[in-house]
Design a binder for this molecule. Sequence first.
Ligand SMILES: C[S@@+](CC[C@H](N)C(=O)[O-])C[C@H]1O[C@@H](n2cnc3c(N)ncnc32)[C@H](O)[C@@H]1O
Length: 269
Amino acid sequence: MVPEHNRIYCGDFFGFCNKIEDQSIDLIISDGPYGVTQNDWDRIPSIQEFNLELIKTFSAKLKEGGTLYLFGKPDCLDFIDYRPYLNLKSKIIWYQPSRLAQGRRGYTNNYDIIGYFIKGKKPRCFNLESIRVSQLVELEHRRRCENVPSVTNGQYGKTRFNKNGKNPGDVWGDIKQLTYKSKELVSRQALNTIQKPEKLIERLVLASSNPGDMVLDPFSGVGTCPVVCKRYKRNFMAFEMQPAFVEAANDRLDKLDQGQTAIDFLYGM
Ligand SMILES: C[S@@+](CC[C@H](N)C(=O)[O-])C[C@H]1O[C@@H](n2cnc3c(N)ncnc32)[C@H](O)[C@@H]1O
């Protein structure tokens, strides 16, 4: 039986994935094992081999032009050949300057990788207009740039700043990690290794899917991706092995209908 849409299944994704129809998915957001923590689900002997198997599986499930975002640490794709399955368009760096930097023997890692893959050459969609970010340049600098001619296709033209903002690029420092004070945090247990900020997942969903599209979230945690999908009218198929997280995720989905945030829910407001 094909998994139902807009539902979070409680169990091991690998037990379900054969039931998902091939070439039926527009977008996959894979925020699963990183291979770095002591959590049972994160103890992976080789994260690169694990990710290669994921990429093979996801490639079969994606429609032509579909997108995969694969989360991991900087080495998560090293020395594996994903090219027969998907095209890596960018390695997005999610920069987290506020991460505690306590290493003494080397440079502390303060970013995650989000591998942006496409099945085939051209993405089905890339909705830049939905994800523009502010220019962050001073007006004076902007005027100076706009008055300097630049060469485009052999023609002289002027640099134009889009009034709606710029492309976010591939280093994202504008989205903060959740802290224990964040309103959307579901529980302290979900801090750090589990829950992602809605803003981060929103950028991925808005850029690479359209309303009515099917989004697969194989490692759903406390349901950030399903919440974003529901808010923006995308369909989803989600899987999570920890029953308490599925429950928290379903609560978030219910509260969304009532326009409440997680914190309102926790404090019974
Ligand atoms: C990084 S968290 C995902 C967090 C999620 N993006 C959110 O914002 O809540 C990874 C999750 O994957 C789950 N997980 C790991 N392996 C799994 C598997 N084989 N099947 C289903 N869930 C799995 C873990 O229990 C964990 O909750």
